[in-house]
Design a binder for this molecule. Structure first.
Ligand code: ZN
Length: 500
C-alpha cells in the first residue's frame, strides 16, 4: 500500500470508531432507558480508547515522517497535504498525554459529573467541591504535558480553538467588554421590552412542527438528518449523510424550542456542507469550537432574530398559533424575541449580555489555573463578578457557579471562549456575505436563504478542517478575527430597537 493510502485507511478506522461512539452518545441522550447508563458509559469509553490507541500507534508516526517531505511540496490546499499536516497535530497531541492519565481523568470526570447532577438541584457546592479541586489539579497536569506554553491555559484553549491563546483571547475579550458593558447599561436604562406574547401555552406538537418548517426553509435536509428531543440540545455527526439535531420544548416559552432548533440546525448546516470527498477523514469535519458556534449563532441570531426573517415567518407563526398570536403585531413579536435583560443563566441570556456571562467564566477559569483563585472561593468570586458585570447576583450556587456542566463534565480551561468567538465571527461572516450579496435581507424577507447558504458552503463549510482555525477565518472573510463587525451589528440593531 502507498503511504498516503495506508494513512487514510488507518484514519478512517479512527473516525469510524468515534462515529460509533457518537451514535451511542446520541442514544444515551435521547432514547436510552436510565438503567442503561453504567454499561453505556463503559461502551463509549472502550470505543474512545481504541480510537486513541489507533491514533497514537507508532506506525502513524512513521507514516507521517515519510509523508511530510512530500506534503511540503504540494499546494497549500491539497487535501492529502492538509491531511498530513492536521494529522501531525492530532498525533502529537495524542502521544503527549499518557494513556494512563487519560483513563484516570475520564474516570474522575465521570464521577464528578455524577455528583454534580445531584449537587446542582440540591444547591450544594460543598458536595462537589473536593472533586472540582481534583479537576483543577488534573487540568493543570494535562496542560503540563505540553511544555513551552506561555500560559498554563494555552494548550487547553488550543485544543478547542486551535491557534488561540490565553493572551489573544484576553485581548479580544477586553476590547469587547469595554464596549459591551456601556452598551448593556444604556439598553437596560430604557423601558424593558414586553415578551409576554412568548410566555403563553403553546402545544408541543405544533411547536415542533413549526420549528421543522423553519429549518427546512433554511436548508436542513431531513434525508441526511433527523430531530429528536433531549434535555440539553446538541448536534451530532455520524457521517456526511447523517447529521442529527436535538431540541427541547417548553410549553410556556415559545422561544426555547424555536431558537434552540435554529441554533442546532446552524451547527448541522456546517457539517452537511463539508466536502463529501473528505467524509470519514479527520479533516472532513468542523474546524474549531468558535467556528462551529459562529454557524449556530449566525442562523439563530443574525438571521433568525432579524426583522426580515420574521417579516416572512410571523404570518405563518400566527397561522400555527392563532389563539395566542393573532392579536400580536410583527413589531411586538420582534421586540419580544430581542429582549435584553439582566439574567443569572448564561443559556437564557440575550445577544447583548451573553458574552459577559462567557467572559466571567473565562476569567475565573484562568484565575483558578493560575492559582490565584481557590476552588473553595469560587462561589463568592462568581457572585462578585455577576454583581459588578451584570448588576445581579444569585443567592444560590445552583443558579451560580453550578449552572454549567462544562467544569463538572470535563476540564477547567478552554471550554468557554468558543461561545464568544462564535458570536464575533458570526457578525464578521455576515458582513462578508452582505458585502458580496447586498440583497440578502430582501431575500430573507421572501423566505429565501439559498444565497447565504451557498456563500457559507463556498467560503467555509466545504473546507472542513483542512487548515487551522485562523487560516480558515481569514480565507472565509478576508480578515483575521475582529470585533468591529460584531460591535457594528449590535449597536445598529439594538440602537434601533431601544432608541439609543
Ligand atoms: Zn452551539
Amino acid at each position: 500500500m502507498e503511504p498516503l493510502e495506508e494513512l487514510e485507511t488507518r484514519l478512517r478506522e479512527i473516525v469510524d470508531l468515534r462515529s460509533a461512539a457518537a451514535v451511542l452518545e446520541w442514544d444515551q441522550n435521547t432514547y436510552m432507558p436510565p438503567e442503561g447508563a453504567a454499561a453505556r458509559g463503559r461502551q463509549i469509553a472502550t470505543l474512545q480508547r481504541l480510537a486513541h490507541e489507533k491514533l497514537s500507534d507508532a506506525r502513524v508516526g512513521r507514516l507521517l515522517e515519510t509523508l511530510e517531505p512530500w506534503a511540503r511540496e504540494r499546494a497549500d490546499d491539497d487535501p492529502g497535504a492538509c491531511l498530513v499536516r492536521m494529522t501531525r497535530l492530532d498525533f502529537d497531541r495524542a502521544t503527549r498525554v499518557p494513556p494512563a492519565f487519560t483513563a484516570r481523568f475520564a474516570d474522575h470526570v465521570a464521577r464528578t459529573w455524577n455528583v454534580w447532577t445531584k449537587a446542582r438541584p440540591a444547591d450544594d457546592f460543598a458536595m462537589v467541591r473536593p472533586l472540582l479541586e481534583r479537576t483543577l489539579e488534573m487540568s493543570r497536569e494535562l496542560a503540563g504535558f505540553f511544555p513551552g506554553a506561555t500560559h498554563v491555559a494555552d494548550p487547553l484553549i488550543d485544543q478547542m480553538d486551535p491557534g488561540m491563546t490565553a493572551a489573544s483571547v484576553r485581548a479580544l475579550f477586553s476590547a469587547l467588554r469595554a464596549e459591551l458593558v456601556p452598551l448593556a447599561r444604556d439598553i437596560l436604562s430604557q423601558p424593558a421590552a414586553d415578551d409576554a406574547c412568548l410566555k403563553q401555552a403553546f402545544p408541543e406538537e405544533a411547536q415542533l412542527a413549526f420549528g421543522g418548517e423553519i429549518i427546512r426553509a433554511i436548508g436542513y435536509d431531513f434525508s441526511r438528518g433527523r430531530q429528536d428531543k433531549t434535555h440539553h440540545p446538541f448536534m451530532t455527526r455520524f457521517s456526511w449523510g447523517d447529521v442529527r439535531i436535538t431540541t427541547r420544548v417548553k410549553e410556556r416559552d415559545l422561544g426555547e424550542a424555536l431558537f434552540s432548533t435554529v441554533h442546532e440546525a446552524g451547527h448541522a448546516l456546517y457539517e452537511l456542507g463539508t466536502a463529501r470527498e473528505l467524509d470519514g477523514l479527520p479533516i472532513g469535519e468542523g474546524a474549531s469550537a468558535g467556528i462551529h458556534e459562529s454557524q449556530s449563532r449566525l442562523w439563530e441570531n443574525v438571521v433568525g432574530r432579524s426583522r426580515p426573517f420574521w417579516h416572512h415567518f410571523f404570518p405563518k407563526l400566527q397561522a400555527a398559533f392563532p389563539s395566542q398570536l393573532s392579536g400580536i403585531s410583527e413589531t411586538t413579536f420582534y421586540r419580544a424575541i430581542n429582549k435584553v435583560a439582566r439574567s443569572l443563566i448564561r443559556t437564557d441570556a440575550d445577544e447583548v449580555t451573553y458574552n459577559l456571562h462567557v467572559m466571567i467564566r473565562f476569567d475565573l477559569e484562568l484565575e483558578m489555573l493560575e492559582g490565584k483563585l481557590a476552588v473553595r472561593d469560587l462561589p463568592e468570586a462568581w457572585r462578585a463578578r455577576y454583581q459588578s458585570d451584570l448588576g445581579v447576583s444569585s443567592p444560590t450556587d445552583r443558579d451560580g457557579c453550578l449552572q454549567d456542566v462544562h467544569w463538572f463534565g470535563g476540564q477547567i480551561g478552554g471550554v468557554f471562549q468558543g461561545y464568544t468567538i462564535g458570536n464575533v465571527l458570526a457578525a464578521q461572516l455576515w458582513e462578508a456575505a452582505l458585502d458580496q450579496h447586498p440583497d440578502l435581507p430582501e431575500e430573507h424577507a421572501r423566505g429565501e436563504f439559498g444565497t447565504l447558504r451557498a456563500f457559507l458552503v463556498e467560503r467555509l463549510h466545504r473546507h472542513g478542517r483542512k487548515h487551522l482555525a485562523p487560516a480558515i477565518i481569514e480565507q472565509a472573510t478576508g480578515h483575521p478575527l475582529t470585533i468591529e463587525p460584531y460591535l457594528g451589528y449590535l449597536k445598529g440593531k439594538y440602537g434601533e430597537l431601544y432608541g439609543l
